[in-house]
Design a protein around this ligand. Structure first.
Ligand code: SF4
Ligand code: SF4
Length: 390
C-alpha cells in the first residue's frame, strides 16, 4: 500500500463533532448515577467470588491485580488528574538551574532527546504532534471544566483545569501490556491493564520532570484530560481498531497510552504505515467474540447508538455502557477484545512477515483472518494453571 493519507483523511470529523464531556463517558455516567465507577470491585462482591472458588478470582489473583494497579487504584479523587506523578506542577526533582539558560535546540533535536529518554524510562513507542483541541475534554469525569489560559504553568482547582495556551505540542507514549497475562482475560489474572496504568503514571512523571529540567513546562496525563486514541494516531503511533482501541504495528492492541502536553517545540511525527483499518474492515473477530455485543460489525459510521458516544467522527462506535455492564457481570475488566484481536501476537519473524503482507498486499487479508481462526489464536488461558507456570 503506497498511499499516505493525512490524519484528517484517516480520522475525519464533521460539523456534528464537538469536544466531548468526559462526564458523558460510560464511567462518567456511572459516577453520576451511583457515585462509583465499578460495581465489581466492592469488598462484598470480591469476598463472594473468592469464597466460591471461581478460577481466576482467588485471594492470590486479586492481590496480584491490585498490586499491579498500585498507581491506578490509589483512592485519589477525580481519577488521577494532577495527582501523584501526574502533577501539573513541577515535582522539583529535575530543576533547571537559575544561572543557566534553558536548553535550546531545534524541534527535531528536542524530539530526539524526548524519544531517547522516554524509551529508557520504559516507553514502547513515542510520537509527537501539535495539540489538536478537538480531543481535549470539555470537563473531567468529575466535572472540572478544562480550559486554556495565557498562563505559564498548568494548574487545577476544584472547578477547573487550566492548560497553558503555550502548550501547543503533545508527546504520545505507549507502555506495554503482556501477551501472556492478557490471555487470562476476563479474570483478575488479567493484570496487564492495571500494570499498564501504573507504568503510564510513573513514565508520565519521568518525562514531565525531564522536560522541566530542560527549562520548559509539562502537563502529564493518563486517561484524563483528552482522548488518547486520536492523539496517538495523530502522533503516528498506530491506527484505530474496530474495537475502538489503538492498534500498533509492533504490539497490536497490547499497549496503554499516556500524553504529555508541553511548551517545548516539537515536530509532527509521520503517520504510521496504513493497512490496519483495512484489515479491520474484513476481520470482525472482536465483534464476533465481544460478549456484550458492544463492538459493531459493519463499516465505520459518523455516530453510535449509546449515550456514551460522541458523534461526528468517522470511526467504529463501541457501546461502552454495554461493555461496562459486562464487566460487572464477569467481575473484572473484560479485555476479551484485546485478547482475541488478530494483531495481538507475540513478537516474532513469522508475524512480522504477515504484517508486511497486511501493509502491502491487502488482497490477502481474508486469508490471515482465516488462518488466525484455524490456528486458534486468542483463546483464553486456564487461570487454574497460572501460578504453576514458570
Ligand atoms: S472489553 Fe469485553 S465487553 Fe468491552 S468491548 Fe471489549 S470484548 Fe466487549
Ligand atoms: S479483532 Fe480484527 S477487527 Fe477487531 S480490532 Fe482486531 S484486527 Fe480489527
Amino acid at each position: 500500500m503506497t498511499r499516505k493519507r493525512s490524519f484528517n483523511e484517516l480520522y475525519p470529523t464533521n460539523e456534528d463533532y464537538s469536544r466531548f464531556d468526559q462526564r458523558d463517558s460510560a464511567f462518567g455516567q456511572r459516577i453520576r448515577k451511583t457515585g462509583r465507577m465499578l460495581n465489581y470491585n466492592t469488598e462484598e462482591y470480591r469476598t463472594r467470588r473468592i469464597l466460591k472458588k471461581i478460577p481466576g478470582f482467588s485471594l492470590v489473583d486479586y492481590a496480584f491485580k491490585d498490586a499491579a494497579g498500585m498507581y491506578e487504584t490509589l483512592p485519589w479523587e477525580d481519577w488521577v488528574m494532577d495527582k501523584g506523578f501526574y502533577s501539573w506542577r513541577p515535582l522539583g526533582v529535575a530543576r533547571k538551574l537559575e544561572g543557566v539558560p534553558r536548553w535550546k535546540g531545534s524541534p527535531e533535536e528536542a524530539a530526539r532527546l524526548i524519544m531517547k529518554a522516554a524509551k529508557y524510562f520504559g516507553a514502547v513507542s513515542v510520537g509527537f504532534c501539535e495539540l489538536d483541541r478537538r480531543w481535549v475534554y470539555t470537563h473531567s469525569r468529575y466535572g472540572r471544566e478544562i480550559v486554556f489560559e495565557d498562563v505559564e504553568e498548568g494548574y487545577t482547582t476544584e472547578d477547573k483545569a487550566v492548560i497553558p495556551e503555550s502548550h501547543r505540542w503533545v508527546i504520545a507514549i505507549t507502555v506495554p501490556m503482556e501477551y501472556r497475562e492478557n490471555s487470562y482475560a476476563p479474570t483478575a489474572l488479567e493484570v496487564t491493564s492495571n500494570m499498564g496504568y501504573s507504568r503510564m503514571h510513573i513514565l508520565a512523571g519521568y518525562v514531565a520532570e525531564f522536560i522541566r529540567g530542560l527549562g520548559y513546562h509539562a502537563v502529564p496525563t493518563g486517561n484524563d484530560t483528552a482522548l488518547s486514541v486520536p492523539i496517538a494516531i495523530q502522533a503516528g503511533l498506530g491506527h484505530l481498531g474496530r474495537h475502538g482501541r489503538l492498534i500498533t504495528w509492533r504490539r497490536g492492541s497490547l499497549v496503554r497510552i499516556l500524553k504529555v502536553f508541553t511548551d517545548l517545540p516539537l515536530p509532527s511525527s509521520p503517520m504510521a504505515p496504513e493497512g490496519i483499518m483495512e484489515f479491520c474492515d474484513v476481520c470482525k473477530k472482536c465483534a464476533k467474540h465481544c460478549p456484550a455485543g458492544s463492538i459493531p460489525d459493519g463499516p465505520r459510521t459518523w455516530s453510535g447508538s449509546s449515550d456514551a458516544n460522541n458523534p461526528g467522527a468517522l470511526k467504529w462506535y463501541c457501546d461502552a455502557e454495554k461493555c461496562l455492564a459486562y464487566w460487572d457481570e464477569v467481575g473484572s475488566g473484560c479485555s476479551i477484545c484485546f485478547r482475541v484481536c488478530n494483531f495481538t501476537k507475540e513478537e516474532g519473524v513469522i508475524h512480522d512477515i504477515v504484517k508486511w503482507f497486511i501493509r502491502n498486499v491487502p488482497q490477502l487479508n481474508r486469508l490471515w483472518v482465516w488462518a488466525d481462526e484455524l490456528l486458534g489464536y486468542g483463546k483464553m488461558s486456564n487461570p487454574e494453571k497460572y501460578w504453576e507456570e514458570e
